[in-house]
Design a binder for this molecule. Structure first.
Ligand SMILES: [Zn+2]
Length: 163
């Protein structure tokens, strides 16, 4: 089953274009509304897509750190609002635009992976370890970017080099 955001997301490029697949918890709830599946990350709240990105206390810690790094502290922790905010911003080759998309994609990928590892392999990582994985993934992607030398680019690269 596939769900799509209800608003225009044409500016989102790859992230917006990707359709979100309903989580295991969301699907189970649809068929068995009386069964609440627990979020494997916080082990406190019902598991759902909305909860995972990024209302879950575990995911929120990662998202808060990432929002600071892209200077978007004011962004919401709610998936639909985040998608709306990002869709309202320019989607181009500007370094800030690239960083916003890299950060969101990496957060989604690594949090989803951590969730699945906990369910299927019983492996657990602290949020700080997942954060480290996200940062090194983004650094790796930045290293492969071809960028023009500018004050903004230098500032962004300097910031991401620091721990
Ligand atoms: Zn949770």
């Amino acid at each position: 089953m596939v769900i799509k955001p209800t608003f225009q997301s044409t500016k989102l490029g790859k992230i917006g274009g990707s359709e979100m697949i309903m989580s295991h918890g969301d699907r189970l709830l649809k068929w068995y509304p009386e069964k609440q599946v627990q979020c494997p990350l916080c082990e406190e709240c019902p598991d759902s897509h909305e909860h995972l990105f990024f209302e879950c206390p575990y995911s929120t810690l990662i998202w808060q750190d990432m929002k600071k790094r892209i200077k978007k502290d004011e962004w919401s922790d709610k998936w639909k609002e985040i998608l709306f905010d990002i869709s309202e911003m320019p989607c181009n080759n500007n370094i800030m635009s690239i960083m916003r998309r890299l950060v969101l994609a990496a957060c989604v990928y690594y949090i989803w992976t951590e969730r699945n590892k906990r369910i299927f392999s019983n492996e657990k990582k602290d949020y700080k370890e997942v954060l480290k994985d996200i940062i090194s993934n983004i650094r790796f992607k930045m290293a492969s970017l071809t960028v023009k030398d500018s004050n903004m680019v230098n500032e962004v690269y300097k910031q991401w080099k620091s721990p």
